[in-house]
Ligand binder design. Structure first.
Ligand SMILES: [Ca+2]
Length: 389
């Protein structure tokens, strides 16, 4: 429960707090003073702004077993008052008091939190504890890729405990899934995988007052690394059995946009048009439909252009990731947007080359989707499915 900030003056505060049946005197002082009080489960924080030395009586509801003044242990400067209250001997100026019971809470620098990437410790987060939260900060280096982020608590978390927020680069994780780790220890897993581009700052904020650090370790597990797609020769679009999907004929889009269709504003467009403004927002997706006349294995090629150093997309076929590397395809920078220079269009093989197997397709209707990962535009002219040898 958070109390109110009270104005200076002779102060007799009777706050009807939520969940408390009877109005109660929370703070009392016989001198002009400004106070605020907030209540945790086992602790009370009192902030005082006094124009002259005075005694402030505050309701705690328990006899304190420990006290902090401005973040340092305070054995003096306070005494027990009437039952369930404490009297603070406030000096002139600002002071922040904290009273609690149970184990002494951590304050100031605490034990660092290890960060592991695929099982190996790569860095630590420097932790600082205050009356209201744990904050931990650091950097981690990891190859450009998508990572699953898991927070392993140091001890079982009470069901009602507030959950942490973790900032990884520019992305904040505030939604966690409660999962059972291999060690049978319950842990928190970010609901969506995060992109890390070589190096990212990590910042963990966990509300609460802690007697010991709740963080055992932060785990990053590689979901997909972004191997660059090599440019390839243009496929022969006249060969039999090819399925040509014009990018501009996408059937659906979501997660951002809208994508724009260029009809003649770009160089050498196949089918007379191409897509631009695909991205830049993460999550923007385009979906195409096509018919596989024959069941079989197909390589997938794309003709794209981007002035960015690279542009990342996830590929899905029939709403599924066809192979792990499809979760992060790294389209190469082509030196421009191909507005005037047709050489800025390049072909890459999204499936059926390198570590990326061909797509196994049945005869009939299929959906193909590209989703923006990160934040870089990609111009797309045409996608082609070529029967794999
Ligand atoms: Ca086209």
């Amino acid at each position: 429960m958070r109390g109110s900030s009270l104005p200076a003056g002779l102060l007799l505060a009777c706050l009807a707090a939520s969940g408390v049946a009877q109005p109660r005197t929370y703070i009392r002082c016989d001198k002009p003073v400004t106070c605020s009080v907030s209540y945790g489960d086992e602790s009370v924080v009192l902030e005082v702004q006094a124009q002259e030395a005075c005694d402030v009586q505050v309701w705690t509801g328990f006899r304190p077993q420990w006290a902090f003044l401005n973040g340092a242990r305070a054995k003096e400067g306070w005494s027990g008052g009437e039952e369930g209250t404490v009297i603070v001997h406030a000096t002139t100026g600002n002071s922040a008091w904290e009273f609690g019971r149970g184990a002494w809470p951590l304050r100031g620098a605490g034990p660092p939190a290890p960060v592991k990437v695929d099982g190996r410790q790569r860095s630590t987060l420097a932790t600082t504890f205050s009356a209201r939260r744990l904050e931990a900060q650091g950097q981690v280096q990891a190859p450009l890729g998508l990572y699953r982020v898991t927070l392993i608590p140091a001890y079982p978390l009470p069901a009602a405990a507030p959950l942490p927020k973790l900032q990884v680069g520019d992305t904040e994780v505030a939604e966690w899934e409660d999962v059972l780790a291999a060690t049978e220890r319950r842990c928190l897993q970010a609901r969506s995988d995060l992109l890390i581009a070589d190096e990212a700052g990590l910042r963990l904020t966990w509300p609460g007052s802690f007697a010991r650090s709740p963080v055992r370790e932060v785990l990053l597990q590689t979901v997909a690394t972004a191997a660059a797609l090599a440019t390839v020769e243009a496929p022969d679009l006249n060969q039999p059995g090819l399925i040509v999907i014009e990018a501009e004929d996408f059937k659906r889009e979501g997660g951002g946009g809208p994508a724009e269709i260029s009809r003649g504003q770009h160089a050498d467009q196949h089918g007379g048009a191409s897509v631009f403004s695909f991205g830049p927002g993460a999550g923007h997706w385009l979906e195409w439909e096509f018919q596989g006349p024959n069941a079989g294995r197909y390589a997938l090629y794309a003709r794209t252009a981007t002035q960015e150093p690279f542009s990342l997309r996830a590929l899905m076929v029939d709403r599924k990731t066809p192979f792990p590397a499809a979760a992060l395809l790294r389209f190469p920078g082509t030196g421009g947007w191909a507005r005037d220079d047709a050489k800025q269009w390049v072909w890459t093989a999204l499936a059926g080359a390198g570590e990326r197997p061909p797509l196994d397709l049945t005869a009939g209707d299929h959906r193909l989707r590209l989703t923006t990962v990160g934040a870089a535009h990609l111009n797309v002219d045409v996608l082609v499915l070529v029967p794999a040898k």
